[in-house]
Design a protein around this ligand. Structure first.
Ligand code: C6P
Length: 405
């Protein structure tokens, strides 16, 4: 059966409102997605009925909370097809996930003279932790160049690879350009020189199936809030053998086996990376979110979203004075653009006046904005509940912005 975005939309209560007297057209899904009833209800149910700490209580509520908490880990495991549930480490989100790998894996396995490769289209969350690691260790950060269309220069990548490269960390889908990168190919080439690979999946998992085993990714990071879950929770997947070899980065309760003043021993996976009381409601909401996604016909959803983005691109190409930033052959979810003579911030404000929510600015990807010699863009980012009517509303609003400016 064909995917029905209107039925999907009904599951998201926040979308049924008006802004500035106009029906809300929410096109800021790259920043965060809205939450379906099932996610809101899972969090509500936890606080109403099960609220308790996990892994330590000797009572019914604690048992229920712990079971739901660990079930969520298994849901996320299935969501990305990890081999073991303990390969899923809870974090506050993609940013903390990348920092965890930089501090733990990087601190142990990367030193002076080693090299780390990122790309020119990375989010700051996949640049700054590596710069900090390089400052600490004397390692060097190398950058894969990006073409004017917003595609990785794969020849340049191949020429950057050598035995000094210990880690390659690239984004699966660019939040600023929408480019879908050939991560399977990147992983294969990096492995051939003995480097490990981290994939920033912040913008991918909401749009298409990710199979970490098929990709052979060493680490895969993403945030719940960009895949219909709550904020403040996310995860990093790591291959068990790698995670087993990595030291914890935060000490405290939950992550220890035995503490004494003669020395402390740590728990095994995943707990050695999860010190302190976790974001239990967040984890449960995250689990509900990925179950919600897995319940969809994902191929049908992906085909629908591709068609929607294509439709938006066609409209953008016909729109006088509009320049698309990011014209890669393979894209997902994002239409970044500039209007002649208009600052993106003004465009965003005037679109908001018409009920259309987009993000403007550098999208935490300053290096790629510098490459395009622009201060930023206006970005419409699409999700499962957007429709062609939303795209039409965006372009009708853009015409008004053009008249106004
Ligand atoms: N991008 C955007 O509007 P956190 O904030 O930790 O959940 O995710 C960080 C992050 C990392 N990588 C990519 C590719 C991202 O898109 C993001 C978050 C948002 O584009 C907020 S800047």
């Amino acid at each position: 059966m064909a995917f029905d975005p209107r039925a999907m939309r009904e599951q998201f209560p926040i979308l049924q409102q008006s802004v500035h007297g106009k029906p809300l057209v929410y096109l800021d899904n790259g920043a965060t997605t809205q939450k379906p009833n099932v996610v809101i209800e899972a969090i509500d149910n936890y606080y109403r009925n099960d609220n308790s700490n996990v892994h330590r209580g000797a009572h019914t509520l604690a048992d229920r909370a712990t079971i739901n908490f660990e079930n969520a880990r298994q849901s996320v495991q299935r969501f990305i097809n990890a081999k073991h549930s303990e390969e899923i480490i809870w974090t506050r989100g993609t940013t903390e996930s990348i920092n965890l790998v930089a501090q733990s894996f990087g601190g142990k396995f990367i030193g002076a003279g080693d090299e780390i490769i990122v790309s020119a289209m990375e989010h700051h969350a996949n640049i700054v932790p590596w710069q900090m690691l390089c400052e600490r260790t004397g390692a060097t950060l190398k950058v894969i160049p990006v073409s004017d269309a917003g595609e990785l220069d794969m020849d340049a990548f191949a020429s950057l690879l050598n035995s000094k490269v210990k880690l390659v960390s690239v984004v699966h889908v660019s939040n600023a350009l929408g480019t879908v990168n050939p991560v399977a190919d990147i992983i294969q080439q990096a492995h051939a020189v003995g480097a490990k690979v981290l994939i920033d999946g912040a913008q991918s998992v909401a749009h298409f199936n990710v199979d970490v085993q098929a990709l052979d990714a060493d680490f895969y990071a993403f945030s719940a809030h960009k895949v219909f879950g709550p904020t403040g929770i996310g995860c990093v997947y790591g291959k068990k053998a790698l995670l087993d070899d990595m030291p914890p980065v935060q000490g405290g309760g939950e992550m220890i086996e035995k503490v004494s003043f003669n020395g402390t021993t740590y728990q095994g996976l995943p707990f050695k990376f999860e010190s302190g009381t976790p974001n239990i409601a967040g984890v449960i909401g995250f689990g509900a979110a990925v179950e919600f996604v897995m319940a969809q016909d994902r191929d049908a959803v992906q085909a629908y979203e591709d068609e929607l983005l294509q439709y938006a691109h066609e409209k953008a190409e016909q729109c006088e004075g509009l320049r698309i930033i990011g014209t890669a052959r393979k894209k997902a979810g994002v239409l970044s653009f500039l209007l002649d003579g208009a600052h993106p911030a003004d465009v965003g404000m005037l679109l908001d006046q018409q009920g259309v929510a987009v993000r403007t600015g550098h999208h935490c990807a300053m290096p790629i904005m510098d490459q395009f010699q622009i201060p930023g863009t206006a970005r419409a980012s699409f999700s499962i509940y957007n429709t062609k009517a939303d795209v039409d509303a965006l372009f009708a609003a853009i015409e008004k912005v053009k008249m106004f400016l």
